[in-house]
Design a binder for this molecule. Sequence first.
Ligand code: MSP
Length: 656
Amino acid sequence: MPERKEKFYLTTPIYYTNGLPHIGHTYTTVVCDTVRRYKRMRGYDVVMTTGTDEHGVNVERAAKKAGIPESEFVANMAEAWRSLWDELGIPADEFVRTTDLNHVRAVQWLFKLCKENGYVYKGHYTGQYCIHDNAFVNDAKPGDNCPDCGRPLETLTEENYFFKLSAFQKPLLDFYRKNPDFIQPESRKNEIVSFVEGGLKDLSITRTTIRWGIPVPGEEPHVFYVWFDALTAYLSAVGGPDYEKRGMWPADVHFVGKDIIRFHTVYWPAFLMAAMLPLPKQVWAHGWFLMDAAKMSKSKGNVVLPRPIANLLGMDALRYFMLREVVFGQDGNFSYDSLVTRYNSDLANGLGNLASRTAALIEKNFAGKVPKPAERQPQDDALANGAQSAIGEVLERFDKMEFARALEAIWGVIAAADKYLTTEQPWALGASEADQSRKGTILWTTAELLRIVAALAHPVLPDSTAKVWALLGQTTPLDSFELDGLRWGQLVPGTTLGKLQTLFPRVDKTEAIERIEAMANEELSSASAAPKPASAPATPAAAPAVPEKIGIEDFAKVEMRVGQIKTAERIVGADKLLKLTVDIGTEIRQICAGIAQFYEPESLIGRKVVVVVNLAPRKLRGVESNGMVVAASVGPEGRPVLAGFLEDVEVGARLK
Ligand code: MSP
């Protein structure tokens, strides 16, 4: 049996759906994709996940503003995120949506484990609440106004479930000590350790004032609040309760921005400890991409979009810029000026030029076949040694997530080759046997160097390096090429070169910036004009849109009565339906109800329910249904909860 490859599981955060992706989000996803490609080339079985964080008040509001139900709103947004990642060539292997049923189940399962182990209790949460927006405002003080609508806030207390975070101060500090690489970079680790040393307060993990969330089973109207829901996505992506079957959990690394490091290095390991589940191996927090020293945000109007850049310069150019320009872990400034400058100098004049020069010279002098190297001179060896030692250095840099350093080493090799060609001047050599042979050695050497550069730079520049690879006549797919086997000297003389294509056409800076900005403006104005992306499929609504008002006479047309369930049975071939007989005071009715997945038939016998008695009869799966039992549709999965009464009521009584 072939040995199973070692697994590697990495994640991006799951992004909020109340906005669309900008280059800040793209940065995290690009980093993750780069590491995924790198690890695959090192022989790992890799899974990368991303997804969308779809619950909460902000989504409720955005959907209301767009005039569509939340479920439709988030489906459109998730589709927009997913399709952008596809378009940019950075799709995840698993895309989690927090409204997916698998995810809903995983959150409820994690809660159950924490509760069974004694780390969850009911308490009261008091905060500043905006009646108008139906939401607590974090960090507000009594007397403050709502930062969104400006109205005065009110102090409100609600019942919440709390997680005993306070019990994890020591276990967390022990964990950080035993796993010194868990939090990266080091500077962030110190910050988190002092935060935890300062003491941890218990955490409210449910809300009763939010509707759009995952229900806490049997505890309506409690829904899970933000982080308990969102963080669990990392587990639900790889099997949730069945994570052992998939064999990917625990995550090898969670990549996050520095804004959310605390949730990932304090809350998340504490939840998992409470549930007695394995902990992720590492959380890597990178810095922000800033625009004129400020964090990008829609409200500041300073967002940079990835698509226009990818359209004009290619996605490889954006990837290269992001990873080369900024030291991973630190903040960096984004400017179109430095993007285009790097594009022209490092990509068009650097890699692109070396590839086209080498290929054109081989084409002209050796009929497009890789020449055979003859006797080597010291300068050939120097170049070879430089490239060979770059292999080790680059792999080490990638292992440490030092992307800028890895690229610097690769571009050092490119610069050495440029210099080598300029001094050796193969184009100036004649047609004599000795000159031809020298030319062959020089061009084999630069071609071999290019092969090594292509393999090493592939995780960062997947498209253009694949083109260089094909140009050098390499037939094994570059993305599955094993970097561990990369050595100087493997380029086979006589290999036929592929077709030469311009990798990075030079651009005029001013013109390029104008074009990118024009495309970005167009995209931003069409996004704000149309809240739903045109290509997104509509999905069935779980929550109703605000209905039209009706008069009392319309309501009076619906006759509802108290009924009592006499019998209940499953219907063969219809796994959602139960066949009920219900006493409505004047007669016994047969009614089908779509509640089979949530209620055991036996548990319903004798229960008093609300029945719409004047609905026209209809057949469901061949069984006649004469009336309707009323239920609330709860949460994103639309779970039915039967309506009932707290006091005892007479069967047949009319609801008015
Ligand atoms: N939904 C939460 C995360 C839940 S993870 C269980 C969230 N979403 S978010 O849409 O706001 O995305 C935040 C992430 O986007 C950051 O952590 C970071 O990865 C990325 N970035 C957003 N803006 C950024 C910059 N300006 N620069 C770099 N990355 C930034 O928080």
